[in-house]
Design a protein around this ligand. Structure first.
Ligand SMILES: C[S@@+](CC[C@H](N)C(=O)[O-])C[C@H]1O[C@@H](n2cnc3c(N)ncnc32)[C@H](O)[C@@H]1O
Length: 408
């Protein structure tokens, strides 16, 4: 029966590329706009929507476009910045001002070419950009900073920095033919004219899509979703989200070129520290720390422990550390599902898009294990259905786990 389940690229980040603001920057694990739209179809009145794992703020943008109030949480500072930049309303005047300043920058930046411009401390930077290309984008960056300030200085000119982030990825040797970012065989040399033309095209694309203002509102807040603190006494009608999957995908790894160039990341050590905060994080120090990790909550569903035991007993390389990785993933998701209850309205509805995985032939049924956690934590109407097939060869699927919350 499962053989006939389609891959539905319209439910993935691929379909977002040409959808205005959704297409500004790519994050492979982003879900498709259509998926969120389908869930919101039944919301006839204005609602308060929460996405506790914002990523590129897909949920917030779709909800705000439909007139809802949306809040999203993330722990990654770059994604919080990006999500808020995508969720802003831009005035025509500010967009025109930005366009004029960018054309000035393009006239001036060549004066900076022979200076010692700042470049990020990315490991083996010459694998990403050829020496000449690096010189051009570094000079461009210095000139942009003179005109617009650094990205973290505020949101006024965030669009310029989003366009610059897109430029650095499009002039790099990053390849996107796998789920995770990899490298093309060789670095490409770009001429001045090509880089300038590309930057202008990106700016125009961003400006055109920034003109469309939101009916509702969306905001991204810094929050660890394992420990949700609601200072604003906000309560939510609906949760629509896609948390990390237990598949060792590292968001820091995927985002590092953007994060270094926008100075949200300064050195390799910091990347591991940040990934340790992320559920399912696995980059650098985040994996070795698993050896000394201790559980904060020991009451987890039985099926979590049996799944972990099967992985540990298998004879795969690193089976012990990977069994701890899986245990910590479900432990952290359990903490999240426990914590989020304090910000849910009575009769609120939750929708979690999650993916299964497999370690040494042992399947990890994420949807079933999270459903077990929900049951333990008092949620009702728990249901799980397959949304799409993720991979043509392996039995990897995406599921929607839905539930209701009745308080008191
Ligand atoms: C699968 S992505 C979300 C993708 C999103 N649906 C989109 O369309 O872009 C999961 C997100 O959860 C965030 N995250 C991981 N651990 C977190 C935590 N403890 N608290 C808040 N956010 C977290 C990651 O930084 C990442 O942005």
């Amino acid at each position: 029966m499962r053989a006939s389940i389609p891959q539905r690229s319209d439910y993935t980040f691929k379909a977002n590329r040409n959808l205005g603001r959704h297409g500004w920057l790519r994050l492979t694990p982003a879900y498709g706009v259509k998926l969120v739209e389908n869930i919101l179809e039944s919301s006839n009145t204005e609602e308060i929507i929460l996405d506790p794992f914002s990523g590129t703020a897909t949920t917030g943008l779709v909800a705000a476009a439909r007139g809802h109030q949306a809040y999203s949480f993330d722990i990654n500072p770059f994604l919080i910045w990006l999500g808020n930049a995508k969720s802003r309303n831009y005035t025509d005047d500010s967009l025109m001002d930005m366009r004029e300043k960018v054309s000035q920058v393009l006239k001036e930046y060549k004066n900076y070419l022979n200076r010692d411009n700042w470049t990020p401390k990315i490991f083996k930077i010459d694998r990403w950009w050829s020496g000449d290309t690096l010189k051009i984008i570094a000079a461009l960056r210095t000139t942009l900073v003179d005109r617009f300030g650094e990205p973290e200085d505020g949101y006024e000119y965030s669009l310029v920095w989003i366009a610059f982030s897109r430029l650095i990825i499009e002039t790099s040797s990053a390849a996107f033919n796998h789920v995770s970012m990899s490298f093309q065989d060789r670095v490409i040399h770009h001429k001045f004219e090509h880089i300038e033309q590309l930057f202008l095209e990106i700016i125009e694309f961003a400006i055109a899509s920034a003109k469309q203002n939101f009916v509702g509102r969306a905001k991204v807040l810094k929050m660890d979703s394992r420990n949700i603190i609601s200072s604003q006494k906000l309560k939510f009608d609906k949760v629509i989200t896609s948390p990390p999957y237990p598949n060792r995908m590292s968001y820091i790894r995927e985002l590092r070129p953007y994060m270094y160039w926008t100075k949200f990341l300064h050195e390799a050590k910091e990347a591991g520290e940040l990934d340790w905060l992320a559920i399912g994080g696995t980059w650098g120090i985040a994996t070795s720390r698993l050896h000394s990790w201790t559980m904060q909550e020991e009451k987890l569903p039985d099926r979590v422990f049996s799944t972990v035991k099967n992985i540990k007993m298998s004879d795969g390389k690193n089976s012990n550390i990977l069994s701890i990785y899986v245990l910590k993933y479900f432990h952290d998701m359990h903490l999240h599902l426990s914590s989020i209850r304090s910000v849910l309205k009575n009769k609120s509805k939750l929708f979690y898009i999650v993916g299964n995985s497999s370690f040494f032939g042992n399947s990890v049924d994420t949807a079933a294990l999270l459903s077990d956690s929900m049951r333990m934590l008092g949620y009702s109407n728990i249901n799980s259905s397959i949304v799409r097939k993720r991979n043509c060869n392996k039995a990897l699927y995406e599921y929607c786990v839905s539930a209701s919350w009745f308080s008191g």
